[in-house]
Design a protein around this ligand. Sequence first.
Ligand code: NAD
Ligand code: UDP
Length: 319
Amino acid sequence: MHVSKQLTQIKALVTGGAGFLGSHLCERLLEQGRDVLCVDNYFTGCKQNIAHLLKKPSFEILRHDVTWPLYVEVDEIYNLACPASPVHYQHDPVQTTKTSVHGAINMLGLAKRLGAKILQASTSEVYGDPEMHPQREEYWGHVNPIGIRSCYDEGKRCAETLFFDYHRQHQLEIKVLRIFNTYGPRMHPNDGRVVSNFIVQALQGQSITVYGDGSQTRSFCYVDDLIDAMAGLMNTPAEFTGPMNAGNPDEFTILELAELVLELTGSRSRIIRKPLPGDDPKQRRPDISVAKKNLDWSPKIKLRDGLEKTIAYFDEQLA
Ligand code: NAD
Ligand code: UDP
């Protein structure tokens, strides 16, 4: 009773709250008894993702672009605002860098004024096309500063720099989470990322577009597992800042993913090849020993099970 009373008093700000991960996070924070303010400019997110939360008195939304300052009163900030799909973040690369960098400055400034703790949704992209495998947090990465992915990769790297400088210079309580490929319900059907692309293509009987020879690898984490890690990280002791990897260490080639989606959907779509986009990382798998040690966290949901839930979601959406 005492604990839940305390929690209802905590006000959480989620930037990018109408997006894929943000909407799941808003849900989780409401379940934990937080008051939640969801801020979004609806560039890639949509109101439909959070429509079911609108009737809850402790949930509020605000249309706002984080590249502009924000004046609100909250106790903790989850900074997720930023397009995550390569197709979307390359659509307006200048705005992508602004969102990461100006967005981080604005949210860190807000956290500084309020004495609020702040979490950054960073990414495995800070490792670029990695030469260390699996990727550990100590690895500084292998990133092209002038390529088509740089607006996202370097924007996120600069955001991490800002987080650690605010921590050192202004004693801000920060948490930096490096998220590896995450999938699940509420990904946008035209998102362009591989899991949603393959599922939508399979369900609609279109060809499955494998870029390159499909031998590049990714490690796919189901959204519920990822949200466990994100919520857990925010509740670690103040001295634990991260960066902390969160992702599923089970690694698959893109071709294996295509075949699994075909099997699970029962689709008769055929696999076709398309050119590999520039700077596409060849391999990616998180080392999650830091998360295991500090949060006792590891993902529970196998790719096959997570894909089944995601396929059921898209099946309903596309019906
Ligand atoms: P998403 O595109 O579904 O969500 C991003 C949200 O941010 C959207 O609702 C979008 O409208 C909003 N947004 C974008 N620019 C904004 C701005 N300037 N001001 C306010 N809102 C803005 O993507 P997602 O997968 O939910 O990713 C959320 C966060 O997690 C991102 O920061 C992303 O970089 C990070 N991340 C995600 C993954 C993943 O696999 N899903 C992996 C690594 C990192
Ligand atoms: N990919 C693919 N077909 C698609 C979409 C993506 O083969 O229709 C590949 C892409 O080239 C990359 C991997 O799948 O090697 C993951 O791509 P995604 O855009 O999901 O995320 P990334 O990890 O590259 O940021």
